[in-house]
Design a protein around this ligand. Structure first.
Ligand SMILES: NC(=O)c1ccc[n+]([C@@H]2O[C@H](COP(=O)([O-])OP(=O)(O)OC[C@H]3O[C@@H](n4cnc5c(N)ncnc54)[C@H](OP(=O)(O)O)[C@@H]3O)[C@@H](O)[C@H]2O)c1
Length: 332
């Protein structure tokens, strides 16, 4: 490989402030790992934006190359499961938070964090999905394991225009669910309908300050990407034996609720953590993403940006202004 590479490095100043920007690094700067990868694509998740801007305490080891997702080709591998030229995906674990991540031309990753690209997905599509798609799929699988079926009734998805939300809507609609998209963006109704949402519910139309311990029973399932009052409202609005997947905290890390949804309606609250799910589940989820759970509208959900455009992209995520997924193209 070349004797230097370009990377987006996140550092911490003496005053604990976070600074991030492009640097040219030597290969010796890479962390330990069995698989050396030529990164072709990465992506931006909400967590990446929190890490790069310092708006959230995400980075556990400074300095750290950002990017919790990457796809590319193996340059060299000390693990016999991977050979030079193999297309691979690496997401989650410590990548981009405590181990140099995907915002770089090359990455060295422990083999147990690397997944062979499943047949049926391109390296670009793998990053159009990324951690967001993996998490949405994991949420759907966990909910179905808990008894959710299309016949049970409608499913509501919050943070609907975000990465996880968009992909969850697409997957659930394709699987036959009647999906309601809960969003703050009135002007994205057409987009959400195109993904398969049957109904659009504006967050502003709900009085989130006056949610009662139990509301009218509306939802058989709920996918929550925002936390706080929205998750409280979802729990209070579930049908008997409904299933809620708690995925995100884009609005709040708090949850103030009552036990009534659990003890009077038998509601299940499932915690979804895609970060440290190991094998074989990780491989199985990616296989499903390449087959029956493959979103039908990836082309519409994903936009591309060049590596050089990365620093300017984060603020829109923090402000909740983005739609869908953003794929970072290393070669562009
Ligand atoms: N548990 C896990 O393993 C896991 C994995 C991946 C992501 N996550 C979390 O899941 C969440 C979604 O991730 P993402 O990558 O989809 O993020 P994203 O693309 O930035 O989307 C977040 C969406 O949430 C809504 N939103 C933003 N700020 C809000 C606010 N203040 N109040 C209410 N809604 C707000 C917006 O959608 P609307 O305008 O349409 O409402 C926004 O598009 C994040 O909190 C992320 O950290 C967790």
């Amino acid at each position: 490989m070349a004797d230097s590479f370009k990377a987006f490095l996140i550092e911490q100043g003496a005053d604990k402030s976070v600074q991030a920007g492009f640097q040219t690094l030597a290969p010796s700067a890479l962390d330990a790992g069995e698989v050396l990868i030529r990164v072709r694509y990465s992506s931006i998740n909400y967590k990446d934006a929190l890490a790069a801007t310092g708006k959230g305490k995400i980075i556990r080891r400074f300095p750290c190359i950002g990017g919790i997702d990457l796809s590319g080709e193996v340059i060299d591998s000390a693990d016999p499961r991977f050979a030079p030229g193999d297309p691979v995906i690496a997401t989650s674990f410590d990548i981009g938070v405590a181990h140099h991540g995907g915002y770089a031309e090359v990455a060295r990753i422990p083999a147990q964090w690397v997944v062979a690209l499943p047949e049926g997905l391109s390296l670009f599509e793998a990053m159009a999905l990324g951690t967001a798609g993996f998490t949405a799929a994991l949420g759907v699988l966990r909910m179905e394991d808990n008894g959710l079926k299309p016949d049970n009734g409608p499913v509501v998805v919050s943070g609907a225009t975000g990465g996880v939300g968009s992909l969850a809507i697409d997957m659930l609609a394709a699987a036959g669910y009647a999906v309601t998209a809960l969003t703050g963006k009135a002007d994205e109704a057409d987009y959400l309908h195109r993904l398969g949402a049957r109904d659009i519910l504006l967050r502003q139309s709900i009085d989130l300050d006056a949610v009662r311990p139990l509301e009218g029973a509306r939802w058989a399932g709920a996918v929550d990407n925002v936390g706080g009052a929205v998750l409280h409202w979802m729990l209070a609005s579930m049908q008997q034996a409904g299933t809620v997947a708690s995925i995100g905290n884009a609005a709040s890390v708090d949850l103030h609720t009552s036990v009534f949804p659990f003890i009077l309606r038998g509601v299940s609250l499932l915690g979804i953590d895609s970060g440290y799910i190991g094998f074989p589940t990780r491989q199985q989820v990616w296989s499903r993403l390449a087959t029956d759970l493959r979103p039908r509208h990836l082309g519409e959900v994903a936009q591309r940006i060049a590596f050089d455009a990365l620093p300017a992209a984060f603020d829109d995520f923090i402000a909740g202004r983005i739609r869908g997924r953003t794929v970072v193209c290393m070669d562009a």
